[in-house]
Ligand binder design. Structure first.
Ligand SMILES: [Zn+2]
Length: 359
């Protein structure tokens, strides 16, 4: 069966760096890069981009989901690269000029370019910015779905952030951005994952909700192409994403929105992956992007919520095989809960999913 959407979760340590390709009947795929991982992901990303066929290197959209070092660290050298200048058609990113004043988006202030906002340098490169949204903020609306259908590409629906989350980011913008540009400090505390217990009780453990303004401002997208679908959730908040997905389902006369794949928010943090989020968009494939550095993601509680609340037969995709993730490759657990696991072929390749076309 032909592939409709190919998703590659590069090994970006604690961060996200996703390459998404929507295959077309003819010619190069429509291509989207989502985040660049922490700064040390750049050599790997650069090598991956250089592997693209010489005659079709175009990246239709490059998305910065939010300003945190594990998402923009590797994106900064990308923005300044010749590759980006030559090949990227549109950058999607909510910068300070986009932060909302009430419900009315402001257009980009004169003289402020994507490159200068991201890098903090006055002479940063001038690049196409949120053009698919008429240069306005990428944000959900209360009165209608926000959808774009780039020519020859997928249908993309914005799930996150909402106007409230963008406004909250505005208050701390300068501090958040300067912190995000720094190299993150790695916490020395080693990860010592415990044996997995009963998944039902793990899944129902209480968790605090994520309260980080940058995470809450994450751009979350539903990408649909030739009958296949994937949710790319950034580090978005569980309740914001749930609301966004519920609105799409309601628009289609559905209570829930079944999808093929779901890149779960915030590297599979228990503070973002809650039962209602799993319930509103049951997925055949759940993707976890993290090697466990610093924050020891994915949390067992979050993975258990996907296993227990998701459809039987679902596959968990980890972009690293390590002591934390390989505990899920347990025959007794897999039999009892009816799930499967997939790991990368090697430590350079990350997780690669190919979603078949249905038309
Ligand atoms: Zn993150």
């Amino acid at each position: 069966m032909a592939t409709a959407i190919r998703i590659e979760a590069l090994p970006a340590r604690l961060g996200d760096c996703l390459l998404v390709e929507c295959e077309r009947a003819e010619g190069a795929p429509w291509r989207m890069l989502v985040d660049g991982g922490p700064s040390d992901t750049w050599p790997l990303l650069e090598a991956r981009l250089n592997q693209l066929p010489a005659d079709s290197r175009r990246i239709d959209v490059a998305v910065v989901t939010h300003v945190d070092s594990d998402h923009i660290g590797g994106f900064l050298p990308f923005v300044e690269s010749d590759f980006a200048r030559e090949n990227v058609r549109d950058f999607w990113f909510n910068g300070h000029p986009h932060l909302l004043d009430g419900s009315r988006p402001r257009s980009i202030e004169q003289g402020e370019s994507l490159g200068s906002v991201l890098t903090g340098r006055a002479d940063g490169p001038v690049l196409p910015w949120n053009q698919a949204f008429d240069e306005h903020a990428i944000v959900t609306r209360d009165d209608a779905l926000v959808e774009v259908t780039p020519r020859g590409g997928p249908r993309i629906t914005v799930l996150s952030p909402n106007a409230d989350r963008l406004q909250r980011l505005a208050r701390t913008w300068a501090a958040v951005l300067s912190r995000a540009r720094e190299k993150p400090r790695d916490v020395a505390e080693p990860d010592r994952p415990q044996p997995l217990g009963d998944l039902e009780s793990l899944a129902t453990e209480r968790s605090e909700k994520d309260g980080s303004p940058p995470n809450g401002s994450s751009i979350g997208l539903l990408v649909e192409h030739r009958g296949a679908s994937v949710v790319l959730a950034g580090d978005g908040f569980g309740d914001v994403l749930t609301e966004g997905l519920r609105a799409v389902a309601a628009d289609r006369g559905l209570e829930r929105l079944p999808v093929d794949a779901f890149k779960l928010p915030h590297h599979g943090s228990r503070a973002n992956v809650f039962a209602p989020l799993i319930a509103v968009a049951p997925a055949k494939h759940y993707v976890f992007s993290s090697n466990g550095d610093t924050f020891h993601h994915p949390d067992d509680v979050a993975v258990a919520r996907a296993v227990v609340g998701g459809p039987r037969g679902a596959t968990l995709w980890f972009n690293y095989r390590n002591p934390r993730t390989e505990r899920w490759d347990d025959d007794a657990l897999k039999d009892r809960h009816g799930y499967r696991v997939e790991y990368p072929r090697d430590d350079q390749s990350g997780a690669v999913l190919e979603l078949p076309s249905r038309r």
